[in-house]
Design a protein around this ligand. Structure first.
Ligand code: AKG
Length: 273
């Protein structure tokens, strides 16, 4: 889709071990530095389709709505890295943007993804693709290395509806081992991978630069979503085969629809393709 990085590769054994022990890996090359402009245009094109009063951080399901977004998530070099963690058969079930305008106060509170996701077994990998260079000043994602070892439900979350918060489930700061915090500084076109039990969040953007990541959520085909809690849970095969067929399937988008809400079914987007 966009020009691939000249140093493209697979996960090294060290990185696989790091993912297991620390719950993340970062600075994996995917797109060439020359493709940064294409990534910016991609974000600007898709985000400009939203009405002004809709916060892109509160829209989800881009992988079900937009063929361009879906195709980006099918970049073979991204799926190769995910396969190195999850094995040959896996599905995608989530895709969204985490965006912070320059000097914006938006905050992602400390949380474990698995707290939000009624999925069993909890074994999802998130790809976080940097659209712009991201670092501590512009609100890079931060993680607590090794915190995934406590497992899903290993930290107590409380609800916080603060207006600057992008998500509403928060782990209090006294549960955070501060000396284990690592920032996911990435160049545009690089990705990080994180485990669904890893504690993570992000601070406001204190720079004059934009900050945006595209997240793609993948699980092995043995995942089962609880449809009572998450009726819209649908999967799209990303690689291999799905012999288990445990979940409703979302069709591949045939055109460009725009998700205006956090959640939706793939059929909701059909009329705009
Ligand atoms: O981009 C961020 O700041 C947070 C992303 C996040 O919470 C996630 O990918 O699960």
């Amino acid at each position: 889709m966009f020009k691939i990085h000249k140093d493209i590769r697979r996960l090294t054994d060290e990185e696989k071990k790091q993912y297991e022990h620390s719950g993340y890996v970062k600075n994996l090359p995917v797109f060439s530095p020359d493709a940064a402009g294409d990534l910016h245009n991609f974000f600007e094109q898709l985000s400009s389709r939203l009405p002004k009063d809709i916060d892109i951080n509160k829209t989800n399901m881009w992988h079900k709505a937009s063929k361009k977004f879906y195709d980006l998530c099918r970049t073979p070099e991204i799926l190769d890295y995910v396969e190195d963690i999850l094995g040959p058969n896996f599905v995608q079930w989530g895709g969204q943007f985490f965006h912070k305008e320059p000097n914006s106060g938006s905050i992602v509170p400390w949380h474990q993804d698995a707290q939000y996701w009624p999925l069993k077994p909890a074994n999802a990998v998130t790809v976080w693709l940097a659209v712009y260079d991201t670092d501590i000043e512009n609100g890079a994602m931060k993680v607590v290395s090794g915190s995934h070892k406590k497992g899903a439900g290993g930290f107590s979350h409380h609800t916080n509806h603060s207006k600057d918060y992008v998500l509403d489930q928060e782990v209090s700061s006294d549960q955070i081992e501060k000396e284990k915090i690592v920032y996911m500084d990435l160049k545009a076109g690089e990705i990080s991978l994180h485990n669904d039990a890893l504690l993570h969040g992000s601070d406001p953007n204190k720079s004059d630069r934009r900050r945006c990541g595209i997240t793609m959520r993948f699980s092995p085909t043995n995942v089962k979503g609880d449809l009572k809690e998450w009726p819209f849970f649908e999967t799209q095969l990303a690689r291999g085969v799905d012999d288990l067929k445990l979940n409703p399937v979302a069709q591949e988008p045939r055109g460009e629809a725009t998700p205006l809400k956090r959640f939706g079914f793939s059929r909701d987007f059909e009329k705009d393709w």
